[in-house]
Ligand binder design. Structure first.
Ligand code: GRF
Length: 193
């Protein structure tokens, strides 16, 4: 647990590639008094994604990186993070894998949320695979990011029971509700004011 002082809320960047429901949820959390984070920057690797509306809505600086070449984009991102003195990154549906270079050169912590009970079901299409395998449970995990996909140290997990009637879509919806509770809880577990 890292204890922060009043003025020292973590300057946080959220990385997205899509809808941004976790982003919106983290923004709302960041506005609470007890929150140890303030969101200063939104990074997207895609233009015109829904999540970018929250940049306007909440007046948070954002930038799109084309990602034609990963290293070039990562160098640009690192420079922009430095400029803004960012010390925490929350990946929230970011569909690019961060390189070792990026991880080593970012001066702070990097967290991710993944919609499965890691270490099971890393990668894409988790809900589809979970249902296909007739699993009884699934859930979501917040973890530190290391250079291997969805493999960093686990911070918190939430398990839910799968219903007979669940489809990948219904399961994803129910897990998303849990994700929105879990991400702030995981942040509060590692940092306190
Ligand atoms: C979430 O299920 C998250 O766990 C996964 O991608 C999805 C992003 O959803 N990594 P949203 O863009 O936050 O709505």
């Amino acid at each position: 647990m890292v204890k922060l002082t009043g003025q020292n809320k973590l300057r946080t960047a959220v990385f997205i590639s899509g809808t941004g429901s976790n982003l919106q949820n983290l923004i709302k959390f960041s506005l609470k008094k007890k929150s140890p984070i303030k969101i200063k920057f939104i990074v997207s690797n895609k233009k015109k994604v829904k999540g970018l509306i929250f940049s306007k809505k909440y007046n948070i600086d954002s930038k799109i990186y084309e990602y034609k070449n990963r290293l070039i984009s990562e160098k640009k991102i690192l420079k922009d993070l430095n400029k803004r003195k960012i010390n925490l990154i929350c990946l929230a549906g970011f569909m690019k894998i961060l390189s070792n270079y990026f991880i080593k050169n970012f001066n702070g912590k990097i967290l991710n949320i993944h919609p499965s009970l890691l270490p099971r079901y890393k990668g894409l299409d988790t809900h589809k695979r979970v249902i296909k395998n007739n699993e009884k449970y699934s859930g979501c995990t917040v973890h530190y990011v290391n250079s291997k996909l969805d493999s960093g140290k686990i911070i918190l997990q939430k398990k839910i029971k799968i219903k007979n009637t669940d489809t990948p879509k219904s399961l994803s919806k129910r897990i998303l509700v849990e994700e929105h509770k879990l991400y702030p809880r995981a942040i509060l577990k590692i940092f306190s004011l």
